[in-house]
Design a protein around this ligand. Structure first.
Ligand SMILES: Nc1ncnc2c1ncn2[C@@H]1O[C@H](COP(=O)(O)OP(=O)(O)OP(=O)(O)O)[C@@H](O)[C@H]1O
Length: 151
């Protein structure tokens, strides 16, 4: 359901409009600590319900641990951490979109629901491929060099 912003929504009136929008919220976090609590609840929900999220955490942690073990440059470790973090972030957004779609259409088939879910899943897949590519480029050469010296 799209909401139209009236032409009179000048920047001056925007704070009033935004606060009115928040009236639709069942509950609003009262402070930063409470916001963190809800954010953690989302991460915890994804961890417990999404197998892919757990796999991405395991693979990402392994890649970062390996990059530390292989003494990669700080900037290389940062790149691996960013790409791994992006996969997890998109997995969380994917879970949010799935929930919103299910909330909207319930158990009925809708072409737009399919597009939303497929695109969200596609975003995760693209980020995972990029993370894999980055990890292979940065980790494989020093890993192979280490293996060569060991045999
Ligand atoms: N209401 C719906 N209408 C049309 N197609 C749907 C609907 N719900 C799911 N689908 C199709 O089924 C697929 C799987 O749906 P699901 O809810 O399991 O999402 P998912 O992205 O596969 O989940 P996960 O990321 O956990 O693997 C979607 O990608 C979509 O193609």
């Amino acid at each position: 359901m799209s909401q139209q912003v009236s032409p009179s929504a000048t920047p001056k009136r925007l704070p009033t409009l935004v606060s009115k929008e928040r009236e639709f919220s069942w509950q609003i976090a009262s402070n930063l600590f409470v916001s963190f609590k809800y954010a953690w609840a989302g991460i915890s929900y994804s961890f417990h319900t999404q197998r892919n999220f757990r796999i991405h955490i395991a693979v990402g942690s392994f890649a970062i641990a390996l990059s530390l073990f292989l003494h990669l440059k700080p900037v290389e470790i940062a790149i691996i951490a960013i790409t791994s973090g992006l996969v997890l972030t998109l997995e969380l957004v994917n879970t949010a979109i799935e929930s919103l779609v299910d909330l909207t259409v319930k158990q009925t088939y809708h072409d737009l629901a399919k597009i939303a879910k497929d695109c969200a899943a596609g975003a995760v897949l693209v980020s995972a491929f990029v993370a894999l590519l980055v990890a292979a480029i940065l980790l494989l050469p020093p890993l192979l060099a280490l293996i060569m010296t060991a045999i």
